[in-house]
Design a protein around this ligand. Structure first.
Ligand SMILES: [Zn+2]
Ligand SMILES: [Zn+2]
Length: 291
């Protein structure tokens, strides 16, 4: 048996999901193209080891406090900039709204490269981010999407390095040990179904207790519920009656290949069902307009 490469496996799974739900085909294909560009970029990302060491030296003393804030992440600006423009090119093949926005972003930031850098390094506050989008006439959420996805390989590379200083099996908190972000998804894995949270910002995965709310830590079994949708064995929604959040859980054990974000993207109907019941998602899904 030959080993399937990650990108081939991702494409195959995206096709499988699109056959099941043709309405999502375009979005899933777009996602795969973005992931492909991110995988290529990840190989070229260089994070200054001194920057990472400094972050570890300056780490907070308390055991349950995350290593660094989102704005403190060392980012490979050159690689992120290149990826930003690659994503603009991919965006130009997407739906007409995004295609127009991507074209504007591509042209504007090629002409004003200095304005992109503070966005990529997380140095912008909310007001500066709004201005960065207003100048080229971009929807703020489109610019945020492009920035998020073009810095993601840097964040993942930094997080992977930094998380080696943490015992991810015993962390068991409701926030990411590296960046403090909320869980975007939960994962079930291995014999007996060990449960992990996946950080929505940096991609770090840490173990959490099976019978607790991943968002508020609630352990009252009477307040914790979940539901499956028909035909969605790999995906379920965990609900907490205390904090009224929900988290989508992907069961990796029954998937041949698992890209949690792809599975998430292919199941927005589960988010709708959770929202109808009055639950909200702690970490919005940036691909589906923040639900
Ligand atoms: Zn994180
Ligand atoms: Zn809760």
């Amino acid at each position: 048996m030959t080993m399937e490469k990650p990108l081939e496996a991702l494409r195959r799974r995206a096709r499988q999901l699109a056959e099941k739900r043709p309405g999502y085909g375009e979005l899933l294909a777009f996602y795969v193209n973005v992931r492909q560009a991110q995988m290529a970029s990840r190989a070229s990302v260089r994070i200054d080891p001194a920057a990472l060491e400094k972050r570890l030296r300056d780490r907070p003393a308390q055991a349950d406090v995350a290593l660094l804030g989102k704005a403190d992440f060392p980012v490979d600006v050159a690689a992120s900039r290149e990826l930003f423009h690659a994503l603009c090119r991919i965006g130009r093949t997407a739906n007409p709204h995004l295609a127009l926005q991507a074209e504007k972003a591509d042209a504007y930031f090629k002409a004003h490269p200095d304005e992109l850098k503070p966005c990529l390094t997380g140095a912008t506050d909310a007001q500066a981010s709004a201005q960065a989008a207003a100048d080229p006439g971009l929807a703020p959420q489109v610019l945020a999407f492009l920035i998020r996805n073009s810095t993601r390989p840097s964040l993942e590379a930094s997080s992977a390095k930094l998380s080696t200083a943490i015992d991810l099996e015993t962390w068991r908190q409701c926030h990411c040990p590296v960046c403090g972000g909320p869980p975007g998804l939960n994962l079930l894995r291995g014999e007996g179904g060990k449960r992990y949270s996946l950080c929505s910002n940096c991609g770090c995965q840490w173990r959490i207790d099976r019978l607790s709310c991943a968002i508020c830590g609630n352990r009252e079994q009477g307040q914790l519920n979940y539901f499956h949708a028909e035909g969605e064995a790999a995906c379920r929604i965990d609900l907490c009656d205390r904090c009224h959040h929900y988290v989508k859980t992907i069961d990796e054990r029954i998937l041949e290949t698992c890209d949690p974000e792809l599975e998430d993207l292919a199941t927005p109907h589960l988010d709708l069902l959770a929202a109808e019941r009055g639950f909200t998602r702690a970490a919005p899904n940036p691909w589906t307009g923040g639900r």
